[in-house]
Design a protein. Structure first.
Length: 288
């Protein structure tokens, strides 16, 4: 087991969120030209290869890592993640990075709301109030006068719901399977699913865009590897608040690189959502 180092873990988490924001910017750039499913498929090819190489070096090798007590749930959550990434990247194209992330960050609140029926966890009235306040923040982001509300606004909401369900299922299978087993299924089944759904949309890609595609894939691998290291050396409850920095980093890229506009209602709504999310995290940590 790695030695615990809270400060280093936090700095690694900040760097990881920056890498994920860069990845989102690259995804938007490529998905504006090529089919989203093809982009996600190639990304998962690289990720799947990394997962196999990484897991093969673990004690017992691939055979041990692949053993799961809940294989069907592992399969479902892996397929769900691929579809969620497709939905989220699509939202970057239609809504941009700023507004997509401002809506998507409500996923911790969805996890808190569904943790009772899915995981059997107790959710007290204080957390229910925080969840309600957080979704009020979502309504502010979606405010028609702010220019965000459109049929496309449902896309990041669907993505947030899918990612929340993925997170809940990951928690659920963790009762019986190791984190490395879940990681193995995420990469391998994810690559297979992405290939099945994306190969029909194959189209020629220019040489410069192949460079962006390789960079996107490598940044994705680096981000996931660093995230593993974060949770090896620091407590998840200490790291989770810094995950919200991805919104700030992605918004900066959206404004600077894609000429997006940060609307006042988006800032206000996102602030309320983050505040509610941090409160639910604090209550969960206190009760735990």
């Amino acid at each position: 087991m790695a030695q615990q180092n809270q400060a280093l873990g936090i700095w690694l988490m900040i760097a990881t969120m920056f890498i994920f924001a860069v990845q989102d910017g690259m995804s938007r750039h490529l998905a504006e030209t090529y089919n989203v499913m093809m982009v996600v498929m190639i990304r998962f090819w690289f990720f799947g290869a990394f997962v196999i190489a990484f897991c093969s070096r673990q004690s017992g090798g691939l055979r041990k890592v692949a053993q799961s007590k809940r294989p069907w749930l592992q399969l479902f959550r892996s397929v769900l993640l691929v579809l969620e990434i497709c939905v989220t990247v699509l939202s970057f194209v239609y809504l941009g990075l700023v507004e997509s992330h401002a809506i998507f960050i409500c996923y911790p609140l969805i996890i808190a709301a569904l943790s009772g029926p899915v995981l059997g966890e107790h959710v007290g009235w204080r957390r229910w109030v925080a969840i309600g306040v957080g979704f009020f923040g979502v309504l502010i982001v979606l405010q028609p006068s702010g220019g965000v509300f459109s049929p496309y606004a449902i896309i990041p909401l669907v993505g947030a719901l899918m990612f929340a369900l993925y997170g809940l299922l990951t928690r659920y299978v963790a009762r019986d399977d190791s984190a490395m087993t879940s990681f193995f299924y995420t990469g391998t089944i994810g690559a297979l699913t992405a290939t099945v759904t994306g190969f029909a949309f194959w189209e020629p890609m220019s040489t410069p865009d192949w460079g962006w595609m390789v960079a996107l894939s490598l940044f994705g691998i680096l981000g996931h590897f660093m995230l593993i290291k974060c949770y090896e050396i620091a407590e998840a409850s200490a790291l989770q608040p810094f995950a919200y920095l991805q919104l700030a980093f992605a918004s900066a890229f959206g404004v600077v690189l894609f000429s997006e506009i940060v609307r006042p209602n988006v800032v206000l709504g996102a602030t309320i959502i983050i505040g509610a999310g941090l409160f639910t995290l604090w209550r969960e940590r206190r009760q735990g």
